[in-house]
Write a protein that binds this ligand. Sequence first.
Ligand SMILES: Cc1ncc(COP(=O)(O)O)c(C=O)c1O
Length: 466
Amino acid sequence: MMIAFAVESTPTYYISSFMQGHASFLASPSTQRARAIHESRFIMSSTTPCILDRTSDRIESSQPDYPTDDVCASPDIEWDVQTRAIHSGLSPDPTTGAILTPIYQTTTYVQDAVGQDRGFTYSRAGNPTVYALEKQLAALEGVDVPAVAYSSGLAAITALFLAETSAGDTVICSDVVYGGTVRLCKDILSRFGVRAVFVDTSDINAVEQALTDNPQTRIVFIESPANPTLKLTDIQAVATVAHAFGATVAVDNTFLTAALQKPIDLGADIAVYSTTKYIEGHNSTVGGALITKDSLRYELYKHAQKTLGAPQSPWEAWLTIRGLKTLPFRIRQHSIHALEIARWLEADERVATVYYPGLPSFSQHELANRQHINQLHGGMISFEIQGGASAGITLMNNVELCSLAENLGAVETLITHPASMTHASYADEERDRLGITDGLVRLSVGLEHPRDIIADLDRALHIACT
Ligand SMILES: Cc1ncc(COP(=O)(O)O)c(C=O)c1O
């Protein structure tokens, strides 16, 4: 099966075949052509050679250190997301027939002879359980190139930036994003000459202006819905503009997942995940992933996984595979519960403002309905109550069923104070300007009965507002 991929920002195309496996993929003339295109792109736009340049030995090699099977190019791509989540990318264990992928808790793999391995050599570079998760994630996204799984969402974002940028490059980033992404840009990338420009990506003119002002932009990094204000970015519009400037578009899709939003179908080049949230969904693991349909990018991210040394581990991967199987059901129910609770909050006079993309009062409700699948908007709500910061903090300190904690996207309802918890890395004035006020409450609506969550909020609101 031949697949054509567009190498972004150049008019040239290359052809590859995943059915032939990576060994032939890496050695094929078309691959060498793709590599040349990619390298020349980096050399043209950067004074420092990119990571790919430093890996020529590896890229020239015909010995990949991960399997060479047919990855996940399968007819089941036609299946509904519900079916794909359970079956795609996964197959019974070939030696025992075990229906679930075993946990391959091993560092290394005995080779048949020098230079003859069975697809895996060392678990930092590839592990069968992690690889099963990577195929499952790709299938859910609807792409036939495996995902690359990392030990955390932030490890995935770090790998993305380090694989794609060099000193002198600029990253344009949504102004409202997870605080850890801001910390990574400001505290780490800046020291290596990669500059981050924070832009209101919900404003397409601001994005275009930033691209014009920063011709060395390598990546436009969007988070939509954004953590914690739920501000949306029109992914299709930004992808069109960014591509016209030769930039790559990555979307942190952690809040919705591929079950509710498909960044790659909307024109983005990369979907980014913290699998810690909805994907695993049970507060059991920390993990992350990068997904692309560009097989050359896959090579870059795979190289980063091995070289930066932050792959997902087999036990976490196994739990994530299990969680992912029920993701479509869970996130639908999270969305239904969240809408019910958002409506209740909005109708309560003790509540000043509610941000939920599913509410008609949400300023980007029309975009939400266009961009999110089945008009479901996920399980995250933010709100402010009358009485400002002190009332909000009293509310958070007095919930009983909801847990005051930092994670999101799991079956338990979690309540968070972004200003002091997830977004503490922003300066006070910056947080205020972006709407992350001291009184903002973030609610990750779980799968308890919404009536019970409402009763808990009602009781805590009573304490906070009297
Ligand atoms: C939107 C988003 N992206 C990325 C991350 C980082 O993920 P992790 O905690 O798995 O490193 C988070 C964490 O809260 C997040 O909310």
